[in-house]
Write a protein that binds this ligand. Structure first.
Ligand SMILES: [Zn+2]
Length: 371
């Protein structure tokens, strides 16, 4: 929480400094500015390129350019979760919505508008999604399904309000034990709706507007730290020691749950497939694309007669990170319920993500992944 205040206080200070800089104190202050610009995901090189236009006039133009560049850097704001360029930070908590992903629940709806998406197994070899919306907005999201403790735990990474309908007995115990901000359609009902084109339980939907209103109505804590993935807008330089990997196949246990991503060099993103078919967002009828894919190996156990699972998402383990067609062998670590998961290379360097939607694929340790 302290870091959140510190970071935001810095934005305000830097903005004020940028304005004063324009009135004469610029030269003195700008010499100290460069080191102070810390916002997540802002890439100074890219901004410099955008403003690096020579107009041919000799005297003064270079200084003017430099000044404009500095100002652009200070005022450029990116979404801390997915690096989208924003005019201002969203005035609400992120939402983490539990979404069904069985064959009957597809196509999923509204997922392409999410900042970040998690996928993990539930019972019976089926996966479920948790779509995180911060700057992203969607008029229809679903189908909304019930809570599992490992998803609730991961929702704390971004400081999100967790959204679900009902819960497993384990999730019920989890909600009682920990102070979790969540919106449960049972018993809230308002702001959620059921459609007739799908059979229950695959027909419950809501929208980001409705859910933000509910979060406000139920007075959810506003001081929670919003955190995302470290971002880097520059593409990695291809060197011999980097492994290029244009196709990723994740062998979730059922054929209809198997996930494939195919990298497209021209657009720099990954097209998602599931069960051998293009994976469509029902709200757009377009195939879902991601900028980064993470495979996170977690120790997984069956814990009851229904086949419900526990996943050890606090701790550490192996991971794979894919961006710009490159595969990185990685490690993940999450040290506590409210601490974000960190991804590093095997040498311990922080991994940076391309701006855009990231999919974090949780898989039981030992799951086959081809790449
Ligand atoms: Zn965002």
């Amino acid at each position: 929480m302290k870091n959140w205040f510190r970071r935001n206080a810095l934005y305000v200070i830097l903005f004020a400094v940028a304005i004063f800089a324009g009135f004469g104190t610029y030269y003195y202050i700008s010499s100290t500015l460069e080191e102070q610009v810390p916002p997540v995901g802002i890439n100074q090189d890219e901004e410099e390129k955008i403003t690096d236009v020579t107009d041919g006039s000799p005297a003064g133009s270079e200084e003017k350019e430099k000044k404009e560049t500095e100002e652009a850097e200070v005022s450029t704001l990116r979404c801390p979760i997915d690096g989208a360029v924003l005019e201002e930070l969203p005035q609400h908590r992120p939402l983490a919505v539990m979404i069904g992903n069985s064959v009957d629940a597809r196509p999923v709806v509204g997922v392409s508008e999410a900042d970040l998406v998690y996928e993990a197994l539930v019972e019976g070899g089926i996966t479920r999604l948790m779509a995180v919306y911060y700057h992203g907005e969607a008029g229809k999201i679903g189908s909304i399904r019930s809570a599992r403790p490992y998803f609730v735990t991961l929702a704390q990474d971004t400081g999100a309000v967790y959204v679900h309908v009902g819960q497993s007995p384990q999730a019920e115990a989890f909600f009682k034990k920990y102070n979790i901000d969540h919106l449960n359609e049972i018993p809230i009902t308002e702001g959620f709706w059921r459609t007739k084109d799908r059979v229950p339980p695959h027909n419950l939907f809501s929208s980001t507007d409705n859910l933000h209103r509910l979060a406000e109505k139920f007075d959810m804590d506003w001081t929670v730290q919003v955190a995302g993935l470290p971002l880097e807008t520059e593409k990695p330089v291809i060197t011999d020691d980097l492994r290029q990997s244009p196709e990723i196949i994740i062998y979730y246990p059922q054929q209809y749950s198997q996930v494939k991503y195919v990298y497209r060099k021209d657009t720099g993103d990954y097209l998602r497939y599931m069960g051998g078919k293009p994976y469509i967002d029902g709200s757009t009828n377009l195939q879902i694309r991601a900028k980064n894919i993470v495979v996170q190996y977690v120790d997984t156990k069956v814990i009851d007669g229904e086949g419900r699972l526990s996943m050890k998402v606090i701790g550490s383990g192996d991971a794979l990170v894919f961006r710009d067609g490159i595969a990185y062998e990685a490690r993940w670590e999450k040290t506590g319920l409210h601490e974000p998961t960190k991804f590093t290379t095997v040498n311990g360097e922080e991994i940076k993500f391309a701006p855009g939607q990231t999919w974090i694929q949780l898989v039981p340790t030992g799951t086959r992944v081809d790449y």
